[in-house]
Design a protein around this ligand. Structure first.
Ligand code: SF4
Length: 264
């Protein structure tokens, strides 16, 4: 009888890393696989790549990749220009689909195919969603079941009973991006808001300029309700006044500080 493999959808963020640890504890390292989508070094911080590999080494589990063929050159913004759109009709950003979702389902189809109306007894997919994401979990579980796959959510199931709740306790440094953000998303994330794009303006001006150009070219906006070039005068004042860019502070607090400092 084949043993069930537990494939952790491993993004390189802290939550999916905790899910990886919990999976090894629950099901053993021999039955655990970490599956990642490598993203161009232009937008994925090198230290996120270091973190992904270091945890896989520590756990002694294989780190596999399901990548878009041209992932090294296709960035979220260049994909928008290639496809001529930023979002699908439902509002989802196209980058997630082309860099993650599509390669993921191709990987599943070629490695663990299931017939119609069958449920795979070879793999269970594991996600790092936590207890605050019940609706997301319900949607993902149903969606995967329709495709023939079981799924697990150890952070939501175990909550405060997680054996490891901070990867740093294992002697592994979090990606540097956690020093200024709550996540390890791409630089210039197309799902992010003004606070993130202020960070892009200050720290990665080449990506900011490319985003302004892409908005002009496609006639659509990344941030809801405004174009990036319209934000430039405000971002410039914020920078002059020494507002430190960062994504980790609650957005309401960040912007109330901006208003106080700029007296607007
Ligand atoms: S992190 Fe942001 S920019 Fe990167 S693929 Fe996901 S939604 Fe797109």
């Amino acid at each position: 009888m084949k043993r069930m493999k537990y494939v952790v959808c491993y993004s390189g963020g802290h939550s999916s890393a905790l899910a990886a640890v919990e999976t090894v504890i629950r099901h053993g390292r021999k039955n655990t696989i970490l599956l990642n989508h490598d993203i161009s070094g232009k937008v994925e911080d090198e230290d996120v790549k270091r973190f992904k590999a270091e945890l896989a080494d520590y756990l002694e589990v294989p780190l596999l990749y399901a990548n878009r063929e041209s992932f090294q050159t296709d960035t979220p913004l260049s994909l928008c220009r290639q496809m001529g759109i930023m979002r699908f009709k439902g509002g989802n950003s196209i980058c997630t689909y082309y860099l993650k979702t599509e390669p993921f389902y191709k990987w599943l189809e070629s490695n663990y195919p299931v017939g119609r109306r069958e449920i795979s007894d070879e793999i269970t997919l594991v996600y790092g969603f936590d207890v605050s994401e019940r609706h997301r979990i319900a949607r993902r579980r149903k969606h995967l079941l329709n495709k023939g796959y079981l799924s697990e959510y150890p952070l939501a199931d175990n909550g405060s009973r997680l054996r490891i709740s901070d990867i740093r306790d294992m002697g592994i440094k979090l990606p540097q991006t956690y020093g200024m953000a709550k996540h390890a998303n791409c630089k210039g994330c197309l799902k992010a808001g003004k606070q993130h794009w202020y960070m892009v303006y200050c720290l990665w001006p080449d990506i900011f300029r490319e985003a302004v150009w892409t908005e002009e070219l496609l006639g659509c906006n990344i941030i809801k309700g405004c174009l990036l070039h319209e934000m430039e005068p405000l971002f410039s004042c914020m920078k002059e006044e020494g507002i430190v860019p960062g994504d980790s502070e609650c957005s309401a607090l960040f912007w109330s500080r901006v208003r106080r400092v700029l007296e607007i």
